[in-house]
Design a protein around this ligand. Structure first.
Ligand code: F6R
Length: 587
């Protein structure tokens, strides 16, 4: 989703700003822009499409001599992707970039129009800019403070004023950090933007106003706040593709390594994990792939304990009536820790006095900081928009939680523990079979519809397989409980329609095979992923047989690599699928 970088120092900011934007490309965007400022002039350059087209424009301009600038990648919310709607926006004295959504923009715009303010875009951002300008009478901090009392919604702003040589920043419900270099200060929505310049940074808290002149001053309601300087642990080279053609492939290939890192602290030591059996009910709340990881968690917990588990899409959970009449734990799952709906769901549970546990990747993110307790996955930075390794680790963490709960319930023995040690090796073996996935991809990549079927845990796994395929390859795909397809959707199955069946649950295997027969009889191309040898179909990927708890971990990489190979054969922009954003910081 949108990205922000800002610079104040001694250099011409152009190179930093463009590199910062490139580092944020992974978040997803459709237009971009930069604004430069010196004592006499403000120069704004904006462009639709890739950063490379902005870069070309910037390089063709006679740039002003300056040492301060702001830049932005926009993911359209209010108004189409266009040069007019791209940031930075300027109204009167104020030039700014914005992440988030101003929810009362249309009311405010009506008022501003009465004051004859002229708008050049359809954006809520330009309204925010006009509001700050309205309150500006020479004191920037005062104007920002007044404006944020009026603006509703979420925002991270990086701002400069025509008659001031200082840079300003403020945020609410959308992340922003300040980075410290040698006589240089950076502002960014994400540490990835600035990590090749500095690893020293501070987190900006809600409604703190940052003023960057010769020194950095942070105030909250007029009171000076001393910021802790943190050291980022991600390295600049985590942004390298390490020879892989795409980040998605690199990140899938990293799975054995990150699994090892994530699982290691818990091998022979489950004490560090919460015991879910202390609760009467578990709510797992998340969005997208993280929610699908939750579906696997639910199945594993319910099948192996007597606990009740619900999985809810965060955008629904935050608004629906939720009855908390039992001792409940709300588990939030989020790679970024910044997904707006998941944050809202977490806050709802907390407001109701309910315990929250976050499974999260990004240390220092909002969910990591605000949740009651945290389990960190060790995915490192995930650059491809479509999640792979982080999803894998979310599943692994839930498998551990389910296993511990099952042990506490006395429903399994501890021999399963030994399997944790071999999971990374098993996954590596699965990843090594690239030719098999390519062969399957070649047989399905030109189809319009692809179906995934499975029962119970296999259905839970297939949902993410389907999502991954559709988001990177743009092929319509759906996942079905194997027994459900015939209640309608089977009408779409005809000659050559690919149906990918996951069959690892032995108790229900025969039933799923009957459903495969049903689609085969209607001409489907049948691809089976199973932990047994099942013959008589078009393709079989045989995965190692594992305990229930860890079986999904050897199926997931097959689905991810099939999606990757299909997308590659179709020539898709694999790391940045159209319309998608990495960190969905708006509702
Ligand atoms: C799909 C994908 C998304 C995310 C979802 C939640 O590949 O990446 O569905 O899983 O937007 O994001 P996080 O985990 O950051 O809360």
């Amino acid at each position: 989703m949108c990205g922000i970088v800002g610079y104040k120092g001694k250099q011409q900011p152009k190179d930093f700003l463009l590199e910062g934007l490139k580092n944020l490309e992974y978040r997803g965007y459709d237009s971009s822009g930069i604004a430069l400022k010196n004592d006499d002039e403000i120069q704004i350059i904006r462009s639709v499409g890739k950063i490379s087209s902005l870069e070309e424009k910037v390089n063709n301009e006679n740039l002003i001599n300056c040492s301060m600038g702001i830049a932005h990648t926009r993911w359209a919310t209010h108004g189409i992707p266009s040069e007019e709607n791209a940031h930075p926006h300027r109204v009167g004295n104020v030039t700014l970039v914005h992440n988030g959504i101003i929810e009362n923009a249309s009311e405010l715009k009506e008022e501003l129009l009465k004051d004859n303010v002229i708008f050049n875009s359809e954006t809520d951002t330009e309204v925010a800019c006009a509001i700050i300008n309205k309150y500006y009478e020479g004191n920037a901090v005062e104007a920002i403070n007044k404006a944020i009392k009026v603006l509703k919604g979420s925002y991270a702003f990086c701002i400069f004023f025509e008659d001031s040589d200082k840079l300003y920043a403020v945020r609410k419900d959308s992340p922003l950090i300040i980075g410290y270099g040698e006589e240089e200060v950076y502002v960014a929505s994400d540490i990835a933007a600035i990590i090749s310049y500095t690893n020293k940074y501070s987190l900006i808290e809600e409604n703190e106003i940052v003023e960057i002149g010769d020194r950095v001053t942070v105030t909250l309601d007029g009171n000076v706040v001393n910021k802790e300087v943190l050291t980022a642990t991600i390295s600049a080279d985590s942004k390298d593709k390490c020879g892989y053609e795409h980040y998605m492939l690199k990140e899938i290939m990293e799975e054995p390594l990150v699994l090892e890192k994530t699982l290691k602290p818990y091998i022979d030591n489950l004490d560090k994990l919460p015991d879910l059996t202390e609760y009467e009910e578990i709510h797992i709340v998340a969005c997208g792939s993280a929610m699908y990881a939750g579906m696997i968690g639910k199945t594993l917990i319910e099948e192996n304990t007597n606990l009740r588990v619900t999985v809810e899409v965060a955008s629904e959970y935050r608004y629906k009536k939720v009855i908390y009449d039992r001792k409940t734990l709300v588990i939030l799952i989020s790679q970024s820790g910044e997904t707006a709906d998941t944050i809202a769901a977490m806050r709802k549970a907390k407001m109701a006095g309910i315990e929250t546990l976050a499974i999260v990747n990004v240390v220092g993110s909002t969910i990591a900081r605000e949740s009651g307790s945290q389990l960190f996955i060790e995915a490192g930075p995930e650059i491809a928009v479509a999640t792979t390794k982080a999803y894998m680790l979310q599943v692994a963490m839930l498998s551990l939680l389910a296993y511990k709960a099952a042990l506490s319930s006395g429903l399994v023995n501890d021999s399963v523990m030994n399997e944790i040690k071999i999971v990374p090796r098993m996954v590596r073996e699965i990843l090594d079979r690239r030719d098999d996935y390519l062969e399957i991809a070649k047989s399905i990549y030109d189809r319009d519809d692809i179906f995934f079927i499975g029962r119970k845990i296999d259905y839970a796994v297939s949902m993410e397989g389907s999502l991954k395929l559709k988001e990177v390859s743009y092929i319509h795909s759906e996942a079905y409980q194997a027994g459900e397809l015939k209640h309608g959707t089977i009408s779409l199955v005809d000659d050559g329609t690919p149906v990918i069946s996951i069959i690892t649950d032995k108790d229900i295997k025969e039933k799923t095979i009957s459903n495969v027969q049903e689609v085969k009889a209607r001409g489907a191309k049948c691809i089976i992923i199973s932990n047994e040898e099942i013959t008589g179909y078009d393709h079989l990927i045989q995965v190692p047989e594992m305990s229930d708890f860890f079986q999904p971990l050897v199926v997931v990489p097959c689905l991810q690599l099939i999606a990757y190979e299909v997308a590659k054969l179709r020539g898709c922009d694999i790391d940045k699928p159209k319309n998608l954003a990495k960190s969905v910081t708006v509702e």
